[in-house]
Ligand binder design. Structure first.
Ligand code: BES
Ligand code: MN
Ligand code: ZN
Length: 501
């Protein structure tokens, strides 16, 4: 989709549809007022009839409005003028996207930068408009035989009186984030019989080729040579080969220490010998969403080419029961040399991640962030609103918290107090892979922290945010926006701020 930012003349601009805001109490936004003036008070008289009061996300489509060149005008309710929150702004944009889709509009001009948001600049609004509208183009079709409807929206022009390099860049960033999210969503949505570790490796190579990013995919033998005994213990029960996928995006000077992203890539988690109950087990195809977010970020970086170095490390495997699978009580030796008693084969994410974390040491990273659908406990704690965030460096954690806040992709910190470490004691190894009933998300992070001693590290538990269940079942593309916001701000090229947060 073509997205640009321009200072548009609303009377003369040719488009299938202008999108303009109306506030509660039938108050007109600046753009709506301009149309109203051209059309001799038509907008006001329509509002007087009571078809649209301006409540958040109400819509009304007008045709052939006199005095303007555009074919249609979509009025969108934006709530109380000056009172809209950043999240409400995004909700409203999603409604705009749905409406444009349902009317099969190909070309739209969006005038929503004139909606005032407290402490938020124009660039942020432009970025969100670009991101939400691009996101709306994604549809899963791969394994559905009857599916010929293609997205119609091809061109979006965002009106901004300040159409400068900053807003143009913001539109580009929004689009690149949405394109990255589409990669993440597609991989998440693909069934486990298609999206295997090998498939993930091939998709990584494809992104590498397309954007000139170095990608290596290590197989069983190479993983054995690296002595990743913990990672391999998870793959033992599967007939699919495990893969260690490594991205090296170099946008800055060679010497610059990279940010490392480490993704959990369990392409199906049955629980292994500690098998899961049947209900909703299909959703464990989403257990590679951490890995998929790393691929999504790489795609976004490839498109934007920011001046920063980013390494991506993905441990990909299935977790299945088998005569050769790991059993409760088995003890394995991780790449770090630390031994682990596997008390529950369903706590497999940490077993693959710990070796991937040790592997990242070789890049001398300035910060390491792992992303994992790690614990059901995190869904209990935070529901589907925010990712769990823990780490060994408060500055890094704070940066990620504020990146999530600005990107409308929030995370919430949980404590990583030393006392929790006791829950991982084992009589037969250096540690157990589970920590008992209490604080499941924290003890999982405690486990990982033992492999993250040599660098600044943060852990994002995305079990509650990576996909939606029920009728809207599908991958969300989170936390690509959070990660991109963080990376771009490290590169000094962010766009749009939520001040004071
Ligand atoms: N992939 C799951 C976590 C998960 C479960 C995410 C449900 C989203 C929804 C992970 O591998 C797992 O099974 N974790 C166990 C850990 C337990 C055995 C300590 C869990 O959360 O039950
Ligand atoms: Mn599991
Ligand atoms: Zn899992």
């Amino acid at each position: 989709m073509n997205i640009s930012v321009k200072n548009l003349d609303i009377a003369k601009h040719k488009t299938d549809c202008h999108v303009v805001a109306i506030f509660e109490g039938s108050k007109l936004s600046e753009s709506a007022r301009k149309i109203d003036a051209e059309a001799g008070g038509y907008i006001k008289s329509v509002l007087k009839r009571g078809d649209l009061s301006g409540k958040l996300s109400e819509t009304l489509l007008l045709h052939d409005v006199e005095g303007i060149t555009a074919k249609r005008v979509l009025l969108i309710g934006c709530g109380k003028a000056g009172k809209l929150s950043d999240n409400q702004f995004r909700t409203m944009l999603k409604t705009v996207a749905t409406s444009l889709k349902s009317y099969k509009i190909k070309d739209a001009a969006v005038y929503l930068t004139d909606v005032e948001l407290k402490d938020i600049d124009t660039a942020w609004k432009v970025k969100q408009i670009s991101q939400v509208l691009t996101q709306s183009l994604y549809r899963y079709t791969k394994t559905i035989s009857k599916n010929n409807s293609k997205p119609e929206l091809r061109k979006v022009t965002i009106h901004s009186a300040k159409s400068d390099t900053k807003t143009t860049r913001a539109a580009k960033i929004g689009k690149a984030i949405a394109n990255g999210m589409a990669v993440t969503r597609e991989l998440g949505n693909l069934p486990g019989n298609i999206c295997t570790p090998t498939y993930l490796g091939n998709q990584a190579k494809k992104i590498g080729r397309q954007y000139g990013i170095k990608v290596s995919v290590l197989g069983q033998k190479q993983i054995e040579t690296l002595k990743m005994g913990s990672f391999l213990s998870v793959a033992k029960g599967s007939r699919e080969q495990p893969k260690l996928i490594v991205f090296e995006y170099k946008g800055a000077a060679k010497a610059g220490n990279p940010i490392a992203l480490v993704g959990k890539g369990i392409t199906f988690d049955s629980g292994g010998i500690s098998i899961k109950p049947g209900a909703a087990m299909d959703e464990m195809k989403f257990d590679m969403c951490g890995a998929a977010s790393v691929l999504g970020v790489m795609r976004s970086l490839g498109e934007l080419k920011p001046k920063v170095n980013v390494v991506g490390v993905i441990a990909a495997s299935e977790n299945l029961p088998d005569g050769k699978a790991s059993k409760p009580g088995d003890v394995v030796t991780s790449m770090s040399g630390q031994t682990i008693e596997i008390l529950n084969t369903d706590a497999e994410g940490r077993l693959v991640l710990c070796d991937a974390l040790t592997y990242t040491e070789k890049f001398k990273p300035k910060a390491v962030i792992d992303i994992a659908t790690l614990t059901g406990a995190c869904v209990i704690a935070l529901g589907n609103q925010g990712a769990g965030l823990l780490g060994n460096d408060q500055k890094l954690v704070d940066k990620l918290l504020s990146a999530g806040q600005s990107a409308a992709d929030r995370a919430w910190q949980l404590p990583l107090w030393e006392e929790y470490q006791d829950q991982l004691k084992s009589n037969f190894a250096d540690m157990a892979n589970i920590g008992g009933r209490g604080a499941g998300t924290i003890t999982a992070a405690c486990f990982l922290s033992r492999f993250a001693k040599k660098f600044k590290w943060a852990h994002l538990d995305i079990a509650g945010v990576a996909w939606d269940s029920g009728t809207a079942k599908g991958a969300t593309g989170r936390p690509v926006p959070l990660l991109m916001e963080y990376i771009l701000s490290e590169a000094g090229s962010g766009a749009g701020t939520v001040a004071g947060k």
